[in-house]
Design a protein around this ligand. Structure first.
Ligand code: CP
Ligand code: NVA
Length: 298
């Protein structure tokens, strides 16, 4: 039984297969597409908000021949205290696969173990694997192999998105620089386990110097709302703007997983100047989700 629960420990072979299949799936959309989810019904269980992940999976599952049901976790008995382990065993007897967005990574892993159906992490507090697979695809589509390139992440360096970037860098051999205030850097345990060329600094200028990609994410991730004011203050100097970008390679890509908060992690001019890349990145969520679903079905 295959799952996509995290990039940590995911094989290079599997990542490369998904990236390669994304290219073919994007190119053949709407023309002689294979339907690996024919006669299947997938459940999407979301405890947190979503636009891109939800829409891309719903469209992707349908385009691959499957049916999909969206379940707001708070409308389920799960929201009233029914354990994950019971929910998993019920759904495992009725649907063919599950896409889950929630807080604890352990909840998704428990669901995968007990449901006995392919399970996809659509974002937890620890990882956002589908996003980072899309991001790497988008970079490679525009600039060729990511191997040997430099990716700079600026902002909250301890949330799910940079954590998935760390595991991707370990596996795919590119340099990852994380620029964040010390208290928003990934914890030492994660960094100690990660192999490869990964560094953390509070100095955004040195992190951007000569980089091939400048990437950011929201300063206040879902679940962190009570820390909003503190985070906005402490991260105020970690904004992507034109002045900072002048230090990167002239053709450096500016990427954002979205949603974006202009004037916070990125300024309006920089966002709009890079909108084509950012919305291609968003579109590529669909093609990558289809590649992930196809990989799970194979
Ligand atoms: N980037 C991303 O996962 O967006 P959503 O939260 O809208 O799904
Ligand atoms: N780090 C963000 C990603 C949103 C797609 C969050 O968890 O809210």
């Amino acid at each position: 039984m295959k799952h996509l629960l995290k990039l940590e420990g995911m094989s290079k072979e599997a990542i490369l297969e998904i990236l390669s299949s994304t290219k073919n799936i994007k190119a053949s959309r709407g023309a002689n597409e294979i339907k690996p989810l024919n006669a299947q019904t997938w459940a999407m269980i979301f405890t947190k908000s979503s636009t891109r992940t939800r829409v891309s999976f719903e469209v992707g599952i349908r385009e691959l021949g499957g049916s999909v049901m969206f379940l707001n976790a708070n409308d389920m008995q799960l929201g009233r205290g029914e354990p994950i382990k019971d929910t998993a065993r019920v759904l495992g007897r009725m649907v063919h696969g599950a896409v889950i967005r929630t807080y604890a990574q352990s909840d998704i892993e428990e669901f995968a173990n007990l449901s006995n159906i392919p399970t996809i992490n659509a974002l937890t507090d620890d990882e956002h694997p589908c996003q980072i697979l899309t991001d790497i695809f988008t970079f490679q589509e525009a600039r060729g192999p990511i191997q040997g390139k430099v990716v700079t992440y600026i902002g909250d360096g301890a949330c799910n998105v940079p954590l998935s970037w760390i595991h991707a860098a370990s596996t795919l051999d590119f340099e990852l620089r994380i620029a964040a205030p010390a208290e928003f850097q990934p914890n030492n345990e994660i960094l100690a386990k990660a192999k490869g060329n990964i560094s953390c600094t509070e100095d955004i200028q040195s992190a951007v110097d000569g980089t091939d990609m400048v990437y950011t994410d929201v300063w206040v991730s879902m679940g962190m709302e009570s820390e909003k004011e503190e985070r906005l203050n402490k991260l105020a100097n970690y904004q992507i703007n034109q002045e900072l970008l002048s230090l990167a390679k002239p053709n450096a890509l500016v990427m954002h997983c979205l949603p974006a908060y202009r004037g916070k992690e990125i300024d309006e001019d920089t966002f709009e100047a890079n909108a084509e890349t950012i919305f291609t990145q968003a579109e590529n969520r669909l093609h990558t989700q289809k590649a992930i679903l196809t990989w799970l079905a194979s």
